[in-house]
Write a protein that binds this ligand. Structure first.
Ligand SMILES: Cc1ncc(COP(=O)(O)O)c(C=O)c1O
Length: 436
């Protein structure tokens, strides 16, 4: 009984109270541990008896080298998918290790009651880590929902607008276009800027927007996953108009001033976890005004009042998101994530721009996405040959979205720099062999 109580106490520890990712790299003259937090805890308790365990903090370079070796040894490919997308190797391994018996509870997370103390600690820790990462002010609710970002296209107007209200939409690509079309069903939705005539390769300049006076909200897609355009600065709608952003494909890729937004939503499956979890961050004073027809599952107030446990939530997905949030915190937070993302994106865009037009990125330089990099080659045959070579070299899911074709490299937080370096090396060698 005493042992079980001790196990449960450990299970309920906040994740950040456990050892940090950096501490997972531990070296000593006669022993070396590279392991997950749980087994490290076990290993360390045994360590003094076996050898001298020294914890050291590796440089980012060492970490990247280690990660690449790990990828090769595990037979992992570099997965450039747009989502569901690659996750941090350390998170996957920790989830694997904890799958059968979560931290001594005797249960898998998939088997636990969502109202039990174990899962309560998991969801609370996930929320606390996300709040800390994004510095979310206390007057915002954080909701863990289901239905993907697509469901939010309806939930946003249903919760923020009366049917007769106007809502403005910037249509900068396929996803904001879908949000606008769904929004039309629940309010007077208006397109105030569209990039369609430029094939969604640009974004509005600050002075270029003429918003509807009294519009209830302005909706933007912070990063268009298919077209690869990303807002660098966000528009300020002014007056009482609320700013709403779909951040599905750049969520937690860089710091964001949450207080500029009334509402942020994001599907998890790009940067923060498996599909099935959708995060909504919403100002609390906006809760409780949903339209009469709003289904109970789309009503933010109901979810906020019930701490995202109104019904059975996607427990395992929320757990993985929590691991990713902890991992990001341990790796220096969102400022550090942004630096890594800038470095990776620069490698790729520089290679495209230095190719004398052999590779072309259609997106205007100022708004190029750090997350999704689309590019084309002279002919579809060349692109097909490139994709084939990439796959043979362990670089997969590089085909552009079916609606636009070409190539698209999604290089989210968890894509190792080595993956981008390998892609760039192939691009250079492919060009040497195929340029006329
Ligand atoms: C920016 C953006 N918004 C919305 C969606 C739709 O997300 P879901 O499939 O989770 O509904 C996606 C999916 O890729 C996306 O990239």
């Amino acid at each position: 009984m005493a042992v079980r109580n001790m196990q449960l106490q450990t299970a309920l520890l906040p994740q950040r109270d456990l050892l940090t990712a950096d501490q997972r790299f531990s070296t000593a003259p006669s022993c070396r541990f590279f392991t997950s937090k749980t087994s490290l805890r076990r290993s360390l308790s045994a360590a003094p008896r076996l050898c001298r365990a020294v914890l050291s903090t590796p440089s980012l370079k060492d970490e990247s080298k280690h990660q690449n070796k790990e990828y090769e040894d595990d037979g992992r490919v570099f997965n450039f998918a747009a989502g569901p997308a690659t996750l941090p190797a350390s998170v996957l391994k920790q989830a694997q290790e904890e799958l059968y018996n979560w931290r001594g509870s005797g249960m898998s997370i998939m088997e636990m009651s969502h109202r039990g103390k174990e899962f309560t600690s998991i969801i609370q820790n996930a929320e606390a880590s996300l709040r800390s990462l994004l510095k979310i002010p206390d007057d915002y609710a954080v909701l863990f929902l289901q239905g993907g970002a697509t469901t939010q296209f309806a939930s946003v107007p249903l919760n923020l607008c009366k049917p007769e209200d106007t809502a403005d939409y910037i249509v900068s690509g396929s996803w904001s276009d879908k949000a606008f079309k769904e929004g039309q069903k629940y309010c007077t939705a208006k397109v105030v800027w569209s990039g369609k005539s430029n094939k969604y390769t640009d974004l509005p300049q600050p002075g270029e927007l003429s918003l509807t006076p009294g519009a209830r909200f302005l909706h933007i897609c912070a990063n268009e996953t298919i077209h690869g355009v990303e807002f660098k600065d966000y528009p300020s709608p002014g007056g009482d108009t609320l700013l709403v952003a779909d951040m599905s494909s750049n969520f937690c890729s860089k710091p964001v001033d949450v207080s500029k937004f009334a509402l942020i939503y994001a599907g998890a499956q790009k940067n923060i976890g498996p599909s099935g979890v959708t995060i909504v961050i919403v100002r609390k004073d906006l809760l409780g005004n949903s339209q009469k027809i709003t289904p109970v599952m789309l009503d933010y107030k109901i979810h906020a009042d019930n701490n995202s446990l109104y019904n059975t939530p996607p427990c395992f997905g929320i757990y993985v998101c929590g691991l990713v949030f902890s991992d990001l915190l341990e790796k220096g937070g969102l400022r550090a994530a942004e630096q890594r993302n800038i470095e990776k994106a620069k490698l790729l865009y520089d290679a495209i721009d230095a190719s004398n037009g052999f590779f072309k990125c259609p997106v205007k330089k100022e708004v190029r996405s750090l997350m999704n990099v689309p590019f084309t080659m002279e002919t579809p045959d060349l692109e097909a040959a490139f994709l084939k070579e990439a796959a043979a070299g362990g670089m997969v899911q590089l085909k552009g979205h079916r609606s636009v074709g070409g190539i698209r490299a999604s290089i989210y937080n968890a894509m190792p720099k080595a993956g981008v370096e390998k892609l760039v090396a192939l691009m250079k060698s492919f060009q040497e062999r195929h340029a006329s």
